[in-house]
Design a protein around this ligand. Structure first.
Ligand SMILES: C[S@@+](CC[C@H](N)C(=O)[O-])C[C@H]1O[C@@H](n2cnc3c(N)ncnc32)[C@H](O)[C@@H]1O
Length: 260
């Protein structure tokens, strides 16, 4: 194996980019649904921010859908940035990269109020207080009428049902990996080794106290309340499939009535 190939396989970001759509249940469905929501009523969002944007798969879809849209990639990982820069190279005039932790001051580098702020599979790494603060910052940043969506691992209302969602993902990976083409076998193995650690934390270690850096799956209902408390209107659960929920809302515009 050449050094270049070794480096390629060492990068979790490359491996994630190739495997997530295959091994995460309904990966494309979630993204495509949120993009449809953004374009409802023939809207074409101008500035869209993706928090924890990873390899840029979601942003690429947004930039392809509308020539009017501009994108902001926010993520703390230089490895993911490398992959995203390649993926989004054709759109380089329309993308801005902000390499920064979500807890830090990424908004300072934004050039204008976003029409939409999105996130997929990233915010669950933050603790409750950090999540709430991030939601409040997103609310302040959005232009009036702007939309926020979080597609993420979240727990549900009762523990037994939540446990089922964790086991569902484990079973899904066991099945889906059988269909990964041979040329991606190394990426698949690397992804599954990481997933084994996820299973150890979340399934074998169920009930153990969670700490910073764990997968912190607060219930979707609590997180929807936090959005509402920030001032978002039309807060809803837009899609749920086992462990993943899509929650979001709209910042009021000048004509919005105060909600009850
Ligand atoms: C599981 S990947 C998801 C990537 C992409 N959103 C997707 O769904 O394909 C999680 C991403 O969130 C980023 N991330 C996790 N915690 C973060 C934090 N506190 N600040 C910034 N980025 C973070 C990681 O670097 C990684 O790119």
């Amino acid at each position: 194996m050449s050094q270049m190939d070794k480096d390629r396989f060492l990068s979790m970001a490359v491996c994630y980019d190739r495997m997530a759509p295959r091994l995460m249940p309904a990966y494309d469905l979630f993204q495509d649904h949120v993009i449809d929501l953004l374009h409802e009523g023939d809207c074409e969002p101008d500035l869209v921010v993706d928090l924890g944007a990873g390899s840029g798969i979601l942003l690429e879809k947004i930039l392809r859908r509308s020539a009017r849209s501009r994108a902001v990639w926010v993520d703390s990982s230089p490895d993911f940035r490398n992959v995203a820069e390649k993926r989004l190279a054709a759109f380089r005039d329309r993308v801005r990269f902000i390499e920064c932790a979500l807890e830090d001051d990424w908004e300072r580098q934004l050039l204008g109020a976003p029409d939409a702020i999105l996130s997929m599979s990233a915010i669950h790494h933050l603790e409750s207080g950090q999540k709430r603060r991030l939601y409040a910052r997103c609310f302040s940043l959005l232009r009036p009428g702007g939309r926020f969506f979080n597609i993420d691992e979240m727990s549900t209302l009762w523990d037994d049902a939540y446990r089922n969602t964790l086991h569902y993902w484990a079973r899904h990976v066991e099945q889906a990996r059988k269909h990964v083409p041979a040329e991606l076998a190394d990426d698949c193995r690397a992804w599954c080794e990481r997933f084994d650690r996820w299973k150890a934390r979340n399934i074998d270690g169920a009930g153990r106290a969670k700490a910073r850096g764990d997968d912190l799956h607060e219930p979707f209902l609590d997180q929807m309340r936090w959005l509402r408390e920030c001032g978002f209107l039309e807060v809803d659960l837009f899609l749920k499939h086992h462990l993943w929920s899509v929650i979001g809302g709209r910042k009021p515009d000048a004509s919005s009535r105060t909600p009850h």
